[in-house]
Write a protein that binds this ligand. Structure first.
Ligand code: SF4
Length: 355
C-alpha cells in the first residue's frame, strides 16, 4: 500500500502519550523480544524482505476496484508493478533447493490468474478503515480493515491475503487479526455477521455431483485444472467422450490453466471464484485473542525501554526466521554474533582437513 498518512485521531493519541499497539507490534514481541526492541523502541529502519514488499500494489488496486475508481484490468498492472518494485529494491524471491525460481513463477501464475478472474463484489463497502479499539487505561489497539460490507443486519469484514493458506496449527494465530477487527466494530455498535480472508492465491471450484449435492475444491489458481482432473475425466466420460479425446482435452486445459477449451456443456457445470475463507468467531477464539493481547502488552511493560531486557529468540531453533524473515537481521548484534561463530567454526574445521 502507498505509505499511509497518520490519521488525525491516531496522531491525537500519540500526542496525548497514549500507548498504541497494532497486531504486528503484539506479534513482534512474541516472535523475538529483541526484534521488538529494534523495531518499536530503537525505531531502526527495516530491511525490506520479498514477502513484506509484495502485496501493496495489489491491495491498492483492489481498493480502487471496490470503490468504483477503476476496472478489474488494473490488477494485471498492479502485479507487474509489484515485480518492478522488487527489481528497484534489488530483492527477489528465494530460489528453491535446486536453485530454480519456482516461488517467483508460482506467485506470478497464481496472481495473474486471480487478476484475470476477479470480479469486483457488489454492495456497500468501506475500504482501509482505521480502527481504534480502547483496550484499557491509556492503552489502544489500532489496525486497518481492508474491506467492510455494510448489510441491513450488520457488517461483514474481509482481509485480502496474498500469503499462503493457513494450516490448522496457525489458524488461531492468524485469526487474531480478524477477531480484533470484529471487537473494534462491535465497540462502534455494529453487529459483526461474518469475518473472512480472501486468499488471493487460491480459488474455489464448485460443481454439482451425480447425487445432486454441490462439492467444492480449494486449489492454488495455478493447479486448479490439475486438481479437478479426475472429476472432469468422469464427467467427459459420462458425456460419451473416449479416453483419447478426454486426454487431449484435459492436456490442453492444463496447458492453458483454463476450462475454455472444454465443451460448453461441461464448463457450465463448474464455477470457479477467488477463495474466501470464513473464520468462526467463537467465544474461545475471542477469549484467546484477549488473553494474547494482554500477555503481549505485559511483555512490553516488563521490558520497559531497556535494551538488555529484550532477549533474542532461540537463534539455533529460529535461524531460518532470523536469516530470511526478520526485518532487522542486518542490525541485530545477536544474529551477527551467531553468524561470526558459525564462520569461525567452519574455518577451524577447514584447517583440520588436508583438502
Ligand atoms: S535476527 Fe533473530 S535474534 Fe535478531 S532480532 Fe531478528 S529474530 Fe531476533
Amino acid at each position: 500500500m502507498a505509505a499511509r498518512e497518520i490519521a488525525p485521531e491516531l496522531q491525537k493519541l500519540f500526542d496525548e502519550g497514549e500507548e498504541v499497539y497494532s497486531i504486528s507490534r503484539l506479534n513482534c514481541i512474541n516472535q523475538c523480544e529483541y526484534q521488538a526492541y529494534l523495531s518499536y523502541i530503537a525505531c531502526l529502519p527495516k530491511k525490506t524482505g520479498v514477502w513484506s514488499a509484495l502485496g501493496s500494489s495489489i491491495h491498492d488496486a483492489l481498493e480502487k476496484c471496490v470503490k468504483g475508481e477503476a476496472e478489474e484490468s488494473i490488477l494485471k498492472d498492479a502485479i507487474n508493478k509489484e515485480l518492478e518494485n522488487l527489481d528497484i529494491l534489488g530483492i527477489d524471491f528465494p530460489l528453491d533447493r535446486n536453485g530454480n525460481p519456482t516461488l517467483r513463477n508460482n506467485w506470478i501464475v497464481n496472481m495473474s490468474k486471480f487478476a484475470q478472474e476477479f470480479k469486483t463484489p457488489k454492495g456497500k463497502f468501506e475500504t482501509e478503515k482505521l480502527i481504534l479499539l480502547h483496550w484499557k487505561d491509556n492503552i489502544w489497539i489500532q489496525g486497518y480493515i481492508d474491506l467492510i460490507r455494510y448489510d441491513k443486519n450488520g457488517v461483514y469484514i474481509v482481509d485480502w491475503k496474498t500469503s499462503s493458506n493457513y494450516d490448522k496449527k496457525h489458524l488461531v494465530e492468524a485469526g487474531r487479526q480478524l477477531v480484533l477487527y470484529a471487537l473494534a466494530m462491535q465497540e462502534e455498535g455494529y453487529t459483526v455477521n461474518r469475518v473472512s480472508w480472501c486468499m488471493l492465491k487460491y480459488c474455489k471450484t464448485t460443481w454439482i455431483q451425480k447425487n445432486g449435492k454441490p462439492k467444492d475444491k480449494i486449489s492454488e489458481w495455478r493447479n486448479y485444472i490439475k486438481d479437478l482432473r479426475s472429476v472432469l475425466e468422469k464427467k467427459l466420460s459420462d458425456m460419451g467422450y473416449d479416453e483419447v479425446d478426454t486426454d487431449a482435452l484435459l492436456f490442453q486445459a492444463e496447458q492453458d490453466n483454463s476450462m475454455e477449451c472444454l465443451p460448453k456443456e461441461l464448463r457450465s457445470q463448474f464455477k470457479t471464484v477467488p477463495y474466501v475463507r470464513d473464520y468462526e468467531l467463537t467465544d474461545e477464539v475471542i477469549e484467546e485473542c484477549k488473553q494474547y493481547i494482554n500477555d503481549s502488552i505485559e511483555k512490553y511493560h516488563k521490558c520497559g525501554n531497556v535494551e538488555k531486557n529484550f532477549h533474542p529468540c532461540d537463534i539455533n531453533k529460529e535461524s531460518f526466521f532470523c536469516s530470511s524473515l526478520c526485518d532487522f537481521s542486518t542490525s541485530c548484534k545477536y544474529w551477527k554474533e551467531y553468524c561470526d561463530q558459525l564462520k569461525y567454526k567452519e574455518n577451524s574445521e577447514d584447517e583440520d582437513d588436508l583438502f
